[in-house]
Design a binder for this molecule. Sequence first.
Ligand SMILES: *Cc1c(COP(=O)(O)O)cnc(C)c1O
Length: 511
Amino acid sequence: MTSFDSGAILGRLEELRSADAPTHGGRVLSYVYDSGRPELDELAAQAMRLVQPVNGLDPTTFTSVAVMERELVGFARDLLHGDDEVVGSVTSGGTESCLLAVKTARDVWRAAGGSGTPRLLAPVTVHAAFQKAAALFDLALDLVPVDATTGRVDASALISRIGADVALVVVSAPSYPYATLDPVGEVAAACAQAGVACHVDGCIGGWILPFWTDADGAPLPGWDFRVPGVTSLSADLHKYGYAPKGSSVLLQRDRDRQRRQYFATTGWPGYPVVNSTLLGSKSAGALAASWAIVQALGTTGFAELAESCRRATRGLQDILGDIEGLRVVGEPTGPLLAVAADDAVPADRRVDPHYWADRVRRRGWVLQLQPGLEQTDGTRLPRTTHLTITPVTEARIDELEAALRGAADEARGVPPVDGNAVLASLPSELVAGLTSGATLDSATAAHILAAIGLAGGSTPGLPDDQAPLLALVEALPLPLTERLLTELLARAVEPPVRPDSAPRFAAPTGE
Ligand SMILES: *Cc1c(COP(=O)(O)O)cnc(C)c1O
């Protein structure tokens, strides 16, 4: 039997992990959701370990999977005020929940006689997972512009676009880019009247908005299953359910429509396949971890953590509102914020949110840069910087405040990075290729990345200063940026190129 040195293997992994952004302690204000309670992480780890060898593919063979999933769906349904007609599944994450909501709606639409390409209608702030769903399941995206200052969609503008070819309308509770709570009540009512499905994307809000109030302490307008026209709702356990990655709940109203989420076939010579989600064989790890965390916290525990996030978010809103040159976009609902330059002050007092984010990063806090975007009506959404607030933010808010204010003082009056200037600084033959919009092959794309200074390193990683990169993203045509970023990420996982002389395969040892 081959022996191995687990100490050395894990030692290498620990070394690799030490280069990661910190997952705990609140220094990274996106991607990670630290409850601040290490005993919850430990409980989750033990639960994952217990189901490590289980195959979640078949809950009739591994019955623990069915029990945990049923109990989680039940908890989520109560939390989100679904009645007995609301059923659901645990999926591998927000994207999978969104994909399945779209796939279900498309198949319901087809079954009702729809033919051709159906439309997916949503505010432009809807999560990119729905763009992915439209691409994968062949729907036409119809993205409604939002107010360029507040980030809010006008309900009637969205409702006026509902038609017989719409398979699904998606609203968010709240949206990721600006934390806007979409007008769920109005939109869902119009959907119900038109017989169109309405999904509420509660991926980020689903496990925390039930405990949230508006700025005056009043309950939020309805956004869950209490709103009659809502046909499905996604809520990620790996966000404010504080579970390890790989866990989300998709709830659907009406058994008959939910059954169209499933794929089943007995038309092959192997075992009968019945899948509620996109994967076949799958881990039960994140499911078990989520299940354990939900038992541990219960609604009281979730409410306490939400309350801490709410206090920290309010505090940060006040701090940001007090920093000259910056503004919080719109009226955020939930523990996330977007910050833009305040156009109400003279240019020499303004703070570019991306340049600012880079300065904040030098002080040890990682914020998330969001590019500006031109909408179909010609208006331009500003570039912003995103902050996701978690229960560990509150205890460190003074430290964070000092970084936010100090960075703003450095950034105030510094003109925003001009993407076109970045472009102009590149070799001219390259710029010609870039702006021609020609389809790039992999080698050319890599060449361009190298010229921008973004390729070639052995460890993939973005530069510390991201403002120039984002400015380029804004300046280049979208398909081109998408192609370049694909190349960047694809190259990051390519094994190193062998020298020409090296053998293609390792020679057998011992001659
Ligand atoms: C995170 C998120 C998603 C996608 O979820 P993943 O878990 O990253 O796949 C969808 N919608 C919203 C609003 C989100 O915040």
